[in-house]
Design a protein around this ligand. Structure first.
Ligand code: M6R
Length: 585
């Protein structure tokens, strides 16, 4: 999703902003732009479609500038629609992350006042509105206040006031982080963009406005009161973007999983026990997340049912608001998220919190919006996940939920030992990579892949399908194996690849029957199971380690997705149309 970045100081502004934008690339974008205020007071505007790559900006003497990576929502991918956007008089330039829901209404009003729009975006209204406001107010902060009082939706904005050495930033929903290094100030959608310059950070709260000028910073809270900015010192790991010797982040992150789960096993017992006791005492517990995180939630429901005989609910973040009637003061909501910034998850769990529920988050990003919203956070400590497709954040969430279910059941030691075994199996799957690569070669030309499993393996089938489709663009569909005969089997034809997850649990025999049923219709059956069976055209062995088997099993789908993408000449790290951090609804 869009990323915003700003800088005021005495260093090379253009390079700092370009580097800042590069640090936000992982969020996904299709165009980018930078606005620099030159010393003569004019604005240098650079906008480009596509990736930043090795792009440079011609040297401009500048002490202040803003930049943007755009993930198109309103208006196609064009230079005109790329940010920054200028006001008519070119005295105000803005970058924006979010959606101005009432932009059409504001646009009409501004057009009636003579403003000319050059883009199809919702964002451009912000620049024109600020221009109007600036005719009446002398202080940019007051102009921003006026703007905030009229725009609807979840938005983050930086506005550079060209006549002054000043930018003003506002946030509601989408994150904005301010950094300070002596007399330099930074503003970014993500602390990662600032971390290489300073560890003094301030996380803007919803409704706050910050004004950064040469040597000074001013903060206005939601009540329009001036408040001191209390910068926190935050230590980020130094090797944040280290790809090592891997050709892609996705492959690196798949391989990271051994260490990540081992680390959870070694260090997180206390946190696991604390949340387990909250689950025991809660009256109703929901696991909430989006995409891959939601499938971790579904796996969690099976873990708790099987291991702890306890019913937990699950919901997509984007659907949870519609189930909010079930929430009361004694409810526990567990938000699952890699980024901690997924707006669908945040906005729905916020509503649950407003109804008095306790919020626990299992996240990979300390200091993120979810972290700050939560009564208790558990960190995955998985290290930055840069590939758009989530891998290690998924398995580390599974590790937590698995251990928690065991803790609730009073069998944490057993859970730990099973999880340890699953790590050994993950290593074996990684050693098996070359065979999975060959399999990818064999099935890459197919348009459809089906994935079957029952019970916990159904949750696994959904995540496996997501992984394959998002990086290889092959239509992959996960189904409960028992639903085959109720319709899906109509889609099986000669050669259709069908992955069958068949661990040695209570689902084994029934799932095996499903494998025979698709085989009888000509399917090419890939069996993932400890036991080899004649029905499998390809057998991928995974030793059974109770419900923790899901972890090595999913690594197969992650690797398959990765190699399918390579086979099709695609970049697995940056799939089309997807953003790493989905900060708009
Ligand atoms: O940062 P989050 O875990 O909250 O993100 C949720 C989803 O957007 C994310 O899992 C998405 O589905 C990934 N692309 C999956 O690989």
């Amino acid at each position: 999703m869009c990323g915003i970045f700003g800088y005021i100081g005495h260093k090379n502004t253009k390079d700092i902003i370009l580097e800042g934008l590069k640090s936000l690339e992982y969020r996904g974008y299709d165009s980018w732009g930078v606005a620099l205020k030159k010393l003569d007071g004019s604005i240098d505007l650079v906008k480009q479609i596509g990736k930043i790559g090795n792009s440079t900006i011609k040297d401009t003497n500048s002490n202040i500038g803003i930049g943007h990576t755009r993930w198109a929502t309103h208006g196609g991918v064009t230079i005109e629609n790329a940010h920054p956007h200028l006001s008519c008089n070119k005295e105000i330039v803005i970058v924006h992350n979010g959606i101005v829901e009432n932009y059409l209404e504001l646009k009409t009003q501004l057009e009636e006042k003579g403003h000319k729009f050059v883009s199809d975006t919702d964002s451009e209204v912000l620049a024109h509105y600020l221009e109007e406001s600036y005719k009446k107010e002398v202080d940019p902060v007051l102009c921003m206040q006026n703007l905030c009082s009229v725009i609807k939706g979840l938005n983050a904005v930086i506005a550079l006031f060209v006549k002054e050495e000043t930018f003003v930033a506002y946030k509601n929903g989408s994150p904005v982080i301010i950094g300070k290094n002596n007399d330099e100030f930074f503003v970014s959608s993500d602390p990662v963009g600032i971390a290489s310059y300073t560890d003094k950070l301030y996380f803007l709260e919803d409704g706050e406005i910050i004004k950064a000028s040469k040597n000074s910073i001013e903060l206005l809270n939601q009540d329009k009161k001036v408040k001191p900015v209390s910068f926190q010192t935050i230590n980020f790991p130094k090797n944040m973007s280290d790809i090592g010797n891997y050709p892609h982040f996705m492959l690196k992150e798949i391989n990271d999983q051994v260490d990540v789960i081992t680390n959870i096993l070694k260090t997180q017992r206390k946190d696991v026990e604390e949340v387990a006791s909250k689950i025991k005492n809660a009256f109703g517990c929901f696991l909430v997340g989006c995409g891959t995180a939601s499938y971790a939630g579904l796996a969690g429901v099976y873990f708790f049912s099987k291991i702890a005989r306890r019913h937990l609910n699950t919901s997509f973040g984007s659907e949870f608001s519609y189930l909010i009637n079930f929430i009361r003061r004694q409810s526990l909501v567990i938000a699952l998220s890699q980024s901690g910034e997924t707006i669908d998850t945040i906005s729905s769990v916020k509503k649950a919190k407003e109804k008095g529920a306790t919020l626990v988050s299992i996240i990979n990003s300390p200091h993120s919006t979810l972290d700050r919203l939560s009564d208790k956070s558990l960190y995955l400590h998985a290290g930055p996940e840069k590939a758009v497709a989530s891998t290690k954040a998924y398995t580390s969430k599974l590790a937590y939920l698995f251990l928690m279910a065991h803790a609730v059941a009073g069998s944490l030691k057993t859970g730990q030992s099973l999880l340890r075994k699953s790590v050994i199996e993950v290593k074996k799957v990684l050693d098996y990579s070359s065979k999975i690569k060959l399999l990818a070669k064999k099935i890459a030309k197919h348009d459809h892949i089906f994935i079957l499993g029952r019970g916990l393996s159904y949750a696994l089938a959904l995540e496996s399908a997501l992984k394959i489709k998002e990086v290889s663009y092959i239509h992959a569909e996960g189904f409960p194996a028992g639903e085959l005969k109720h319709g899906v089997i109509a889609l099986i034809e000669k050669g259709t690849p069908v992955i069958v997850y068949n661990p040695k649990d209570e689902t084994y025999e029934d799932t095996l029957s499903a494998a025979y049923e698709v085989k009888a219709r000509g399917a090419f059956v890939i069996g993932v199971s400890e036991k080899k069976a004649p029905v499998y055209d390809v057998h991928i062995p995974v030793k059974f380690c109770s419900d923790a088997t899901i972890i090595p099993q999913v690594v197969i789908a992650q690797l398959l997705g990765y190699y399918l993408a390579l086979e099709k000449g695609l970049d697995p790290d940056k799939p089309r149309n997807l953003a790493k951090s989905v900060t708009v609804k």
